[in-house]
Each structure stands twice: as C-alpha cells, then as structure tokens.
Design a protein around this ligand. Structure first.
Ligand code: EPU
Length: 419
C-alpha cells in the first residue's frame, strides 16, 4: 500500500491553488441525472471520490466525457438504469445522492444502503423520510433503499437533525415534484447552496438556499447548462493550518473567505495574521508558534467537523491547552491515538479531547483512518522531528487533490512511496 513520508521542520512559504469542493461536486454530479440535455460541470477536483461518482453515473447509463481542464460533461439522455449496486455504493457513502434525482426523474430508484463508516454509523433515514413526504413509496429490502412514485408531489418536511446529504437528496428530488415543497431545518452548508445554484442554472425554482428553510416550486423538466463548482473550504482550511503550524506564510488562491468565517476566526485566535481578498486568503504566522484554541463542531455556520482533526493536530504542538468537542459524528477521534504516537499529550473523555501542546512532536509510522484524519496526520508530520510515515493514505486521495505536490510547492519535504 502506498505511503506518504513527511520530514518535519520546514517553514511553509508560498502560494497554493485550491481545487473545487469535493462535497459540492458529488451532489452536483448526481444531480446532472435530472437534466433533459447534456450538462457540463467545471472546476472539478481530481479526486478518487469523483472517479467513483463518474463510474457510478456511467454504470447507470449516463454518457460522460472529461476534458483536459477536468470539465465533466454528462449526457443523461440515454436509457438510464435506476439501480445503484452495492459494489459501487460501498466504496463511497455519497452514492446515496443518486436516490433523489433518479426517483424524481424516473419514478423509480434502488440504491444500495451504504454500509458502516469509520467516523460514525451515519444512517440515511432522513433522506428516506423526506422522500416519503413528497409522496414516494420507500422500503428498505435486501440491503437496498427501494423507492417508487408516479410523480413526486410537493410536500413539507422538517428534518429531525441537520443533515447535509439528506438536505441535498430531498432538494434534488423536490425540484421535479408537482407543486410546492417546503423543507425546514435544512443544512445551510455552502455546498448545499452550490448544489441549489447548479439546480437553478438547470431551471429549478428554489428560494432560501443557505437558510434553514427552502421553498421549492417544482418544474416539469430541467435543462443542461454549464456550472463551475465552488472552491473547497476544507482543503483551504487545511493549507492555512499547514501555514499556521509551521510558522510560515501561505496564500490560498481561487478560494473564498466568506465560507470559512469561524475557521479564520479560530486561526486568528491562534495568533495568525489573516488577509483576505476577492479570491484569496493569506495566513502569516511571522515565525510564531500557534496558541492552542478550543472549539466545538456543529452544523454550518458553526465550526465544521471536517476541520476538527486538523485543528487537533495544531493544538498538539501549540502553546497552551485546547479543548475539542465533536458533536456531529460519534467516532471522529481516531486520529487522536495516532497523534499520540507522535508524542502528543491528549486526554479523551467521550466526545471531548483535551490537548496540551508539547514543544516537540517526533516522527513515527502512523495509520490514516479516514479522510480528514489523514490530513491531520500529514499536518503533524510537517512539524514532527524526523520522518513521519503515514500508511493507508488512499483515504487522503478521496478528498485532497495532489496533496504532496501542493505541500511540496510550499516547501514541505513530503513524498509518496508505492506500497
Ligand atoms: N444523520 C442521521 N440520519 C440521517 C442523516 C444524518 O442520523 O438520515 C446524522 C449523522 O449520522 C450525523 C449527522 O446526522 O451524526 C450529520 O450527518 P450529515 O448527514 O450531515 O453528514 P453527511 O451528509 O453524510 C456530509 C459530508 C461529510 C461531513 C458531514 C457534516 C458529503 C459527501 N459529506 O456528510 O464530509 O463531515 O456532511 O458536515 O457532503 C468529509 O468530507 O470528510 C466528510 C465526511
């Protein structure tokens, strides 16, 4: 298995181009199934999860082409098979996002239930209940969510909890329902807004995207268009932390400050100087050691769970004590034990981690357990003395485009070795 080897101690300095957002491009690619003519999606990141989604859409019968700038054109006008098998879904939970579009467009969909996940149990009953509120018959049978309807009808659904892909799935179905749908307690994440903007560019009528209440006026059909995916706020945050931890100066280009408010605030609390412009964010630590910060993860606009592991890594070497509370996923602390192998001082009490910063982390062989956990291990490796060898890095390729090249471009000593 390929590994990433990081030799710590370099101060990062330079510019990095941020890629399109993983968690926006996945629902958008699935929503292309709704169109009645070809649709092209730009600023697509080169990620393993994108390859999996392209494979899934292809298996369903869509015709796809990808140009050298990574614009993906999907032609969903060919006969579509509405069954998404376990072999494809099990490798990526976000495959459940084809459920709403297939059901809304074809009146039928069978999508294998995603299995367990390293960070939590991650059920999908909210997706199902939202679709039932739009008039669908849904059963879970033989490991599949089997849904059918004549035509979906506008309805009202109040999500029991804030769910990102749940909101996206029901939204992607409601756009073709007959009549008006009201969705409440919606996720307000920027990626939900990006999906809504893409759907609107296809002709959907949606009000309230980015708030907790969306009103959707169903239309009879949606058309193809071109849509550019938003920048990845989690990739941006990860590179900013790399700058903070190494005491350096990093400019993230092709990104947006407005989608990272709390993260930037926490970095300022850590002692960073942050400068923002229309499409860039610069962090400058002026060689200082970061101060520890405390945080609690919660749905947007609060602190994102997808940045928790990276801030944990920073706290391990920061000045002071940081308390991290994870409220979204029940098992998202697996990186903590690996960070302890590098010499971090961490006490875990349920969903709270108390991290006392140490002066020096020391490199060791460690294991990536999920996507954001792997990012935190790479970050720790950047400051650990000696070599940190990270195994199971396939997790990182799911969500970070060329991480070793991008960090290398900033001056990090990082390389990938084949397994
Ligand atoms: N939940 C339920 N029932 C449901 C849906 C969700 O109980 O029907 C619970 C989950 O178990 C969790 C909470 O609600 O405890 C929130 O989960 P959510 O549904 O919002 O998560 P998700 O949609 O499966 C997306 C991102 C995750 C990100 C979370 C939270 C995508 C493809 N994935 O997952 O991204 O952590 O929202 O912001 O958008 C990552 O990129 O590394 C990643 C895991």
């Amino acid at each position: 298995m390929a590994k990433i080897i990081v030799t710590g101690g370099e101060v990062l300095n330079g510019e990095v181009q941020i890629s399109g957002a993983k968690n926006a491009v996945l629902p958008i690619l699935c929503a292309t199934l709704l169109a009645d003519s070809p649709i092209s999606i730009g600023n697509v990141p080169h990620l393993h999860d994108v390859t999996t989604t392209v494979g899934l859409l292809g298996a369903l019968g869509a015709q796809l082409s990808i140009d050298e700038k990574l614009t993906i054109t999907v032609d969903p006008t060919h006969p579509i098979n509405t069954v998404a098998p376990y072999e494809l879904v099990k490798t990526m939970r976000a495959s459940i996002l084809v459920l709403g579009p297939l059901l809304a467009k074809y009146g039928h969909a069978e999508v294998s239930l995603p299995g367990g996940c390293a960070i939590g149990s991650r059920p999908v009953e909210q997706h199902i209940r939202g679709l039932i509120a739009l008039g669908a018959d849904v059963v879970v049978e033989n490991g599949f969510v089997k849904a059918k309807c004549d035509r979906l009808k506008g309805g009202r659904y109040v999500f029991d909890m804030v769910t990102v892909t749940g909101t996206e799935n029901v939204l992607s179905a409601a756009v073709l329902a007959k009549g008006t749908t009201i969705l409440e307690n919606c996720a307000e994440e920027p990626e939900v807004v990006d999906l809504a903007h893409c759907l609107m560019a296809m002709g959907a009528k949606i009000e309230g995207a980015g708030t907790n209440k969306m009103i959707i006026e169903g239309v009879d059909s949606l058309r193809g268009c071109h849509y550019d995916v938003m920048p990845d706020r989690i990739e941006t945050g990860t590179f900013l932390i790399a700058g903070a931890m190494t005491g350096g100066r990093v400019v993230c280009r092709k990104t947006r400050a407005g989608i990272l408010d709390v993260v930037l605030q926490k970095l300022e609390d850590a002692g960073a100087e942050i400068t923002t412009g229309a499409d860039f964010i610069e962090i400058n630590m002026h060689g200082r050691r970061p101060k520890a910060v405390s945080l609690t993860t919660a749905p947007y606009p609060a602190f994102p769970t997808d940045m928790q592991a990276q801030f944990a890594a920073m706290n391990c070497m920061a000045d002071g004590v940081g308390v991290i509370k994870e409220t979204i996923f029940e098992n998202r602390f697996m990186h903590m034990n690996e960070l302890m192998r590098l010499g971090a001082d961490i006490q875990i009490d349920g969903h709270t981690a108390i991290i006392r910063g140490v002066e020096t982390l020391t490199g060791a062989p460690i294991m990536a357990t999920d996507l954001r956990a792997s990012a935190s291990l790479v970050l720790a490796g950047l400051v650990a003395k000696g070599e940190t060898i990270i195994d199971r890095i396939y997790h990182i390729d799911r969500g970070y485009e060329n991480i070793e090249e991008k960090l290398g471009g900033l001056g990090a000593k990082i390389r990938r070795v084949p397994g």
